[in-house]
Write a protein that binds this ligand. Structure first.
Ligand code: KG4
Ligand code: ZN
Length: 340
């Protein structure tokens, strides 16, 4: 299947042409960081206006780079949620109009499913089910057992901040420019991860759930303390990052005491983090689990992953271009995932 993917759930205006859920013929993404940086975070109204300005050109660009005429497409895949409503609406409206105009199927994709299937882009080997996905992005942190493209179980999730949100907020405390996650990662490279022992909070020991807001607050208190005022920012960054990584690896260790997986994927924007990548690979080796980490262009928001998820889920996510709506809280289009 040859699909055009459209992703506008947050602040990246992204389009892609993907064949058979794996071969990426083009992958176009325009980030809007320069428009949001001065506010220290994403301003939803600015995000949707930028999508409106950029999306038509981004669609043409993806088709042009892939040398694909519209008529060759087998369908259009679009993120229908979760995300910022104004941003989602722009992508969904464009996808509906295009599907209607060229009379091709429309597929409505859950953004989180996109992150999960991003792991198999450019990979000729199909995923073997079940596999485990650690999904860590700016909006979500979840451990998901993926039984099939249409059956997933959430094993644990964050009770408060997402991992990426914790990175961004902590980066801000350190005075780093937006977006903070990659900046903090870079700063941490010169730091000592054992310089400060930040707490590794476990919100509910009976579950595999996560919590990051206490960690961020600990960093704030530390920076306000006498010791914090003279601490090296690189050491604070590295120590914070080590705490996030330890929390995530602890939950992975617990998962494998209860479930057997042969494959685990790391996905979402925070999957680009160098310390987490190293720890995740080492965890896989210790437990004899094959690990897959998509390259950075597929870790952060992109449209290739949306086309890939639509292809793998097929008819189950096919939607009517006259009635499809965007849903900011979309837990799942299909199937209903247990644990949500
Ligand atoms: O998946 P994504 O692009 O958007 C959402 O769906 O949320 O994730 C963006 C998040 C941001 O919080 C960003 O700071 C974080 O991923 N991020 C990183 C790194 N690269 C991106 N966090 C830590 N280290 C990185 N290298
Ligand atoms: Zn995302």
């Amino acid at each position: 299947m040859l699909l055009l993917g459209i992703e506008t759930s947050c602040d990246d205006t992204a389009t892609a042409i993907v064949r058979d859920a794996t071969t990426v013929l083009s992958n176009v993404s325009t980030n809007q960081d320069e428009f949001h940086a001065r506010y220290g975070g994403i301003v939803p109204e600015i995000a949707s206006r930028r999508h409106t300005a950029l999306l038509s050109a981004a669609i043409e660009d993806a088709l042009g780079r892939a040398k694909t005429p519209l008529a060759d497409l087998d369908g259009i895949a679009v993120t229908a949620g979760p995300g910022l409503i104004g941003s989602l609406v722009v992508g969904v409206a464009a996808a509906k109009a295009l599907a209607f105009a060229i009379n091709k199927p429309l597929y409505a994709v859950n953004h989180l499913h996109g992150h999960i299937f991003a792991a198999f882009l450019d990979d000729p080997e199909p995923p073997r089910y079940p596999f485990l996905a650690l999904l860590v992005s700016g909006g979500h942190s979840q451990l998901v057992a993926v039984e099939s493209p249409l059956e997933m179980r959430i094993l644990g999730k964050t009770r408060d901040d997402a991992a990426g949100e914790a990175f961004d907020k902590t980066a801000r405390l350190l005075g780093l420019p937006y977006p903070g996650g990659p900046q903090l990662d870079a700063l941490a490279r010169d730091g000592d991860p054992s310089a400060i022992r930040f707490p590794r909070h476990r919100p509910d020991p009976g579950t595999l759930d996560l919590s990051f807001s206490g960690l961020k607050t600990s960093v704030r208190y530390f920076l306000e303390s006498e010791r914090g005022k003279s601490a090296r920012p690189a050491d604070v960054a590295a120590s914070f990052q080590a705490a996030v990584v330890d929390i995530l690896i602890d939950r992975l260790d617990r998962v494998v005491t209860q479930n057997r997986f042969e494959l685990a994927v790391l996905s979402g924007g925070v999957a680009a983090n160098s310390a987490l990548q190293r720890a995740f690979r080492a965890w896989g080796e210790r437990n004899d689990i094959r690990t897959v980490i998509p390259p950075p262009r597929y870790c952060t928001d992109n449209a290739a992953m949306i086309a890939a998820a639509a292809d793998r889920q097929g008819a189950a996510v096919r939607s009517n271009p006259e009635t499809l709506g965007a849903d900011p809280n979309l837990s799942f289009i299909f199937p209903r995932i247990s644990g949500e």
